[in-house]
Design a protein around this ligand. Sequence first.
Ligand SMILES: Cc1cc2nc3c(=O)[nH]c(=O)nc-3n(C[C@H](O)[C@H](O)[C@H](O)COP(=O)(O)OP(=O)(O)OC[C@H]3O[C@@H](n4cnc5c(N)ncnc54)[C@H](O)[C@@H]3O)c2cc1C
Length: 383
Amino acid sequence: MDDWTDEQTMMREMVRRLAREKLLPLAARIDEEEVFPEVAFRALAGAKLFALAVPERYGGAEADVTTLCLVMEELAKVSPACGLMVFSTQAVYRALRECASPEQADRFFPDMGQGDKLASFVLTEPDFGSDAASLRTRAERRGDGYLLNGAKVFITSASAARYFLVFARTGPGEREQGISAFLILRDTPGLVVGKAEDKMGLRGSMTNQVILEDARVSAANRIGQEGEGWKILTEVANVMRLWGAASMALGIAEAALECAVAYARERKQFGRPIAGFQALRFMLADMAILVEASRSLIYSTAGMIDQGRGSKPEIESRVSMAKCFASDAAMKVTTDAVQILGGYGYTRDYPVERMMRDAKALQILDGTNQIQRIVIARNLIQD
Ligand SMILES: Cc1cc2nc3c(=O)[nH]c(=O)nc-3n(C[C@H](O)[C@H](O)[C@H](O)COP(=O)(O)OP(=O)(O)OC[C@H]3O[C@@H](n4cnc5c(N)ncnc54)[C@H](O)[C@@H]3O)c2cc1C
């Protein structure tokens, strides 16, 4: 399994050190305050983690999928909220790396390659979440550009992002056929960042509404052809939930297991460490099984993608399986970690309650686990 290249190992070690030294002391406060974590952002920018997916010739790391998984896992062990900042930005940059024209790459990547800019992936609308193909935000052609109108919700990092990858309906096609993608800059008149969500978990990651009111974007900033937005979305999203939600879930579950084992060895009841009670030993064993199974599914799939192995439906199913399995596993492992810590686990003196709240989000974002099961079943049954 762990046959990483030297570059992947170095990246993992660097991120692990950075997370422990710079993010760990901030993680609880970031969660409590729920404001943009400026200090954490600067630490991540200093390590150029916001340029991971940018091509090397523009100053980025041109990270492969395995490397992205390793980075997200390490960040999520300490602060999934900070991980989400990196994830949202790299999701946009990876979409551009695969779908932008050479002219667009020359225009956008030099700035993105500096590694200190955030980007938002702007898809979800108030009335259309899972059913994203029905989205209503409109982009109407006006001369050499478009006027965008609509409302988006749940947009990660919108309050601080410089770039917004917006999915909007250009028509005339129905549903998937009529959707196009646009890269919009923050200072575009008509792009307004609205209300911030007051979330259960991932509270250090800002989540806002984005309103578009006659926001004008040049046709030169349309990514791909008109009507290709859905293709961009599915091709990029199908892989991004592996290094996004799945890898973050793995990191959270590992951290919760580590915390539960350490506590069970220390805490004494009935004159002996609670780790000696078989009821808890079996719980810990089951947690470890879930963590290792998640890891295997994630990294074997990442390896397949990086090496170009497997058919498209096979990869799509495996990514959905990894997302579902790892996030359900993280929910179970963190809930059991709270149980093992007893009353203390239910307090903010220990991080496991935060891990449990953070894990819940991963069963929802990046395509809910119900939607992932629909994808897996569709590929299985082929109907
Ligand atoms: C912390 C966080 C960050 C996010 N960041 C972003 C972001 O950066 N950009 C962005 O665009 N979006 C983002 N989202 C939105 C996220 O992608 C959506 O919440 C998600 O896709 C689900 O959409 P919804 O909330 O509208 O739920 P709905 O689609 O309304 O679903 C409600 C319930 O119905 C189920 N359901 C729906 N359809 C079916 C079906 N056909 N069969 C079975 N069950 C079904 C769902 O699984 C869910 O349980 C974020 C969300 C969160 C919580």
